[in-house]
Design a binder for this molecule. Structure first.
Ligand SMILES: Cc1cc2nc3c(=O)[nH]c(=O)nc-3n(C[C@H](O)[C@H](O)[C@H](O)COP(=O)(O)O)c2cc1C
Length: 248
């Protein structure tokens, strides 16, 4: 009997498109809403509009992009945070059901929701937030500094506790699976990669440090965010902050 190659190769193989064997369209009846909204957040924080004048050009930004983990005590500004959010998931064309965003997404379904662990950002109280894409504002889900718990949940990576903000992307898998069935998991992760890449380029252009994070105890981060770990589960994080003198 052939040996089971393991879950990774099995997933890859069974979600391949072949001309002679395309998967049937998934039979979903109720479409999954394109935007997530929390009904009763503790408060909203409005974000300043992104600005497009300052900063180096694209080629220089790409050349300078580096993962940096030496964060300073100095707070980031709310304008910087707003600019990062715009670069990651801001609406750049169209509106509402037909809005398109700064990052590409399979089928324009945008399954990854953006959450923030804010610790040190001016005019934004420490807390856990959800980014409301349509309103371009933050909804506070929990108040307080969760940076120590988050660092522990990220395999004790201490820089998470020193960052001004840590982004976390929760994948609402059914939003993508309603069209792509099991192949959706590929797209969810590809989409998340785009979010992380845009975030790092935007952070570089703003002279901020950033590092993407793939090492975390999934259910510990899900618990902090209040996600069920099934229909919505954390897939990727990224820490951002002002740089200390040793890491500029
Ligand atoms: C998917 C992914 C996951 C990563 N996870 C972590 C992480 O958990 N901790 C960390 O310190 N760096 C993490 N990194 C950053 C990499 O270590 C870094 O990109 C790599 O060393 C190359 O360095 P550079 O980004 O400066 O070019 C991750 C990067 C990617 C793309």
């Amino acid at each position: 009997m052939a040996m089971d190659p393991g879950i990774g190769p099995r997933y890859q193989e069974s979600t391949k498109y072949y001309r002679q064997r395309m998967p049937p369209a998934p039979g979903w009846t109720a479409p999954v809403p394109p935007y997530k909204m929390y009904e009763n957040p503790l408060r909203h924080v409005d974000l300043p509009e992104a600005e497009f004048e300052a900063g180096p050009g694209l080629w220089q930004t790409i050349a300078e992009r580096r993962s940096r983990r030496g964060f300073a005590d100095e707070a980031m500004s709310l304008a910087q945070l707003a600019q990062l959010l715009w670069a990651v998931q801001g609406i750049t064309s169209g509106e509402h059901e037909h809005a398109l965003r700064a990052t590409a997404s399979a089928g324009a379904l945008c399954p990854n929701e953006t959450y923030l662990f804010v610790s040190n950002v001016t005019d934004c109280p420490a807390g856990i937030y959800h980014y409301e894409v349509l309103e371009a504002r933050l909804a506070m889900l929990a108040e307080g500094d969760f940076s120590i718990e988050l660092a522990q949940a990220c395999l004790d990576q201490g820089f998470c506790a020193e960052a001004g903000v840590v982004f976390a992307w929760g994948a609402l898998v059914p939003r993508c699976a309603q069209k792509y069935a099991d192949r959706a998991y590929r797209y969810v992760y590809m989409d998340a990669g785009h979010l992380g890449a845009h975030l790092q380029l935007a952070a570089t252009a703003l002279d901020l440090g950033s590092v993407n994070i793939g090492a975390f105890y999934d259910e510990e981060v899900n618990r902090l965010l209040g996600l069920d770990g099934g229909a919505e589960t954390v897939v990727y994080l990224a820490a951002v902050g002002t740089l200390n003198d040793e890491d500029v």
